[in-house]
Write a protein that binds this ligand. Structure first.
Ligand code: ATP
Ligand code: MG
Length: 367
């Protein structure tokens, strides 16, 4: 998948700017605080409807302006796609090929994208929620069925949790089984798809990790859901576990069983990388997961996603930088850095764009 051009209006520190991207490497260079990450964020936002760093939509709108408008011309093997997004008062309106979409989820799967910046280290270092988010965003882009199951599951979970806070114990015990069947049905769909995802992701991440680290360490990934087998089997096991946990759930006032509690285990030479990994090892593992994700997208969608690498080079030594660029060259990549070092980018042609104060400089030295 490819993004040909990106237009930003009143988005972050861009009053108005248009980027033209090439098929391979697109390097956004510039000093600190000029708008490199903002442009990288815009690419992922248009592809997925999700900002990797804004918690509220209004943060995306240039300060002092009413609203922002972003659009891109993209291409997939099914043809050309135009995506337009308007952000106003914490609301996003999106059109695909001129037709408004009703739910932001409809954006997913048109132009896939994988985003990485140093913040994504959370994926390795922090709470299970960050790893679940990784699986959710990735799987939702790949499968509408997953997205639907996840939305249904979250609604049922919320209702079940509301019920668990109800004071009348008899009502709670009477009503719980009503929710459990639906809960287990959607939980099983999610768990099954996550298990399959991790089974594919594992070897791909191991391979990417061996490539980045020069084969010094071995990465292993495992699901921690504890549920295996087919959908029926998993649904049955979840329902049984829900029953066993009634007393605990009532006491705590929330549901303690289900895929909202899942995690994935990341082992480097048999040790938990979250606990024992060095900064560099954790960084390489996080990048390997993302590179593996790009390969899964290629296998599922038949083409690579748009890879967005924000500020990753400054964190890696020259050898790892070159290895990473070698991998990134397989697909369209938008990469930000403070200076485009020829020794790192030397291998293949790339387009360099210099960003200064929310504007693109015409750069005669671009390759
Ligand atoms: N909603 C907004 N309105 C106006 N300016 C904004 C908005 N959000 C962010 N900015 C500004 O955009 C500027 C550029 O931010 P950005 O994160 O893109 O910088 P960068 O080029 O990636 O820098 P670095 O090299 O430090 O990562 C910042 O100075 C920030 O204050
Ligand atoms: Mg930045």
């Amino acid at each position: 998948m490819l993004i040909r051009s990106l237009r930003l209006k009143n988005f972050r520190n861009y009053a108005e700017e248009t980027f033209e991207f090439v098929d391979g490497l697109n390097v956004l260079a510039g000093a600190n605080a000029q708008g490199k990450t903002n442009a990288a964020e815009a690419v992922f936002l248009l592809c997925t409807g999700y900002s990797p760093r804004a918690t509220k939509d209004h943060q995306l709108v240039m300060r002092g302006r009413e609203g922002a408008a972003l659009s891109c011309r993209a291409e997939s093997r099914y043809g050309e796609i135009s995506i337009e997004m308007e952000i106003c008062a914490d609301k996003k309106n999106v059109k695909i090929n001129g037709t408004p979409i009703l739910r932001i989820g409809e954006l997913l799967g048109n132009v896939n994208s994988v985003f990485f910046n140093p913040n994504e280290l959370k994926l390795v270092k922090e709470s299970p929620e960050d790893r679940r988010r990784f699986m959710n965003i990735s799987l939702s882009q790949m499968s509408r069925t997953y997205l639907h199951a996840l939305n249904r599951y979250n609604k049922i979970l919320q209702q079940r949790n509301n019920l668990l806070k109800e004071k009348d114990r008899a009502i709670v015990l009477d009503t719980l089984p009503v929710w459990d069947a639906e809960f287990a049905r959607y939980a099983a769909k999610i768990i099954l798809m996550r298990n399959e995802f991790l089974k594919t992701l594992g070897p791909l991440a191991e391979e990417a990790h061996a490539c980045l680290s020069g084969g010094k360490e071995t990465l292993k990934i495992a699901s921690e859901s504890g549920y295996y087998g087919g959908e029926e089997e998993i649904a049955y096991a979840v329902k049984e576990d829900l029953k066993t946990a009634y007393e605990k759930d009532i006491r705590l006032g929330f549901t303690t069983v289900g895929p909202h509690r899942d995690d994935m285990k990341l082992l480097l030479d048999g040790e938990d990388v979250r606990i024992y990994g060095s900064q560099g090892q954790q960084r390489t593992v996080a990048l390997s997961l993302k590179l593996a994700e790009t390969e899964i997208f290629r296998a599922r969608a038949g083409e690579y996603p748009v890879l967005v690498l924000d500020d990753v080079l400054s964190e890696l030594d020259k050898v790892r930088q070159r290895r990473l660029i070698g991998r990134a060259e397989r697909m369209q990549t938008v990469i930000t850095c403070t200076s485009a070092d020829k020794r790192v980018f030397g291998g293949a042609p790339f387009k360099k764009m210099t960003v200064a104060a929310g504007k693109l400089k015409k750069d005669p030295s671009s390759d």
